[in-house]
Design a protein. Sequence first.
Length: 418
Amino acid sequence: MSELSYMEKLLDGVEVEWKPLGELGELVRGNGLPKKDFTESGVPAIHYGQIYTYYGLSTTETKSFVSLETAKKLKKVNTGDVVITNTSENLEDVGKALVYLGEEQAVTGGHATIFKPSKDILGKYFAYFTQSIIFSNEKRRYSKGTKVIDVSATDMSKINIPIPPLNVQAEIVRILDTFTELTAELTAELTAELTARQQQYEYYRDQLLTFEEDKVEWKTLDELVSFRRGSFPQPYGNSSWYDGESSMPFVQVADVSDFGFCLNKNTKQRISKLAQPKSVFVDKGTVIVSLQGTIGRVAITQYDCYVDRTLAIFTDYKEQINKKYFAYQLKNKFDIEKEHARGSTLKTITKAEFSKFEIPVPPLTEQRRIVTILDKFDALTMSLTEGLPREIELRQQQYEYYRDLLLSFPKPEVVAHD
């Protein structure tokens, strides 16, 4: 039996009515909740960030709290109420909903609206509906703003919601709850497998890349290889520096893959012929490392390119060294040192600082042996790392297919009047 015929049987000929959300319950816009008001314990607070990061559509507890004095100034959330996000930098996150099932009264702030459902609609049915394509298209119509997008409580109240009988709503919730739980279980299992393999890989990597000081020769990067930083003409926003005929790949930190010592297949930007003399050209097969932001991303370039100033370029080795072995040691060293890098939001390691990093240099035969072993572990870890998001994506697509199928009801025809 198809899902469609199943729904037809469930509805048993009952016509589904569509009503504006404002007619299905009370909508109350929250009022200011600065982060400085959060406390380690106290009155439960549903922060808007919790709504769209929480896996699932209901919760009996909160991860945030405020003092009693702060709570007195905020809108109250009772068990069964639905908290909906009103603002975000991404439209996708606006309109996400969380049903609060805690016994203790909670509060929420100005980035959210509280929906107190009437007897005609289940809170969790509505929460699921906020994930549907239909609701997504409706909220887009009412969204305002560019950098920060907002759908007000007033506009939210105008969005039409299909209202099947309560027993049908409950069955839809049951089915979607099952899919949600299965997806969560699969994600947990695959993540645990990936974590175990990564820990195993890191253990063997550390064993293979660690040497006693008196067993091998140690060289600073300054003694081992010549290096320089990339460059790019200023200001970055000048459109004449990008694209056009004879443009080349321009490598920035985001273009260096997290795994596999490689660049992404395509760089986010290409440097124009006009800007190329003002940057640094790098041949295919050159080792580079990121020095700012996401520190310690290492690649051996697989195509000719130009490189930004946020990366260091290694050329002209002064000792015999396997490039892949050097890349492994470089990443290992940066993974340690970046924990102590300067800066809070934007971390930085200077050329002067990393030039003193010491690298063990065993005989070439030992370097090649280490690379062969680590490459095998790296390939296994990478296949799992690439496969995990893909598997989760497929499950999510399956879930979304059934969700939209279950939440798609024919809208009543609008009769034109003369």
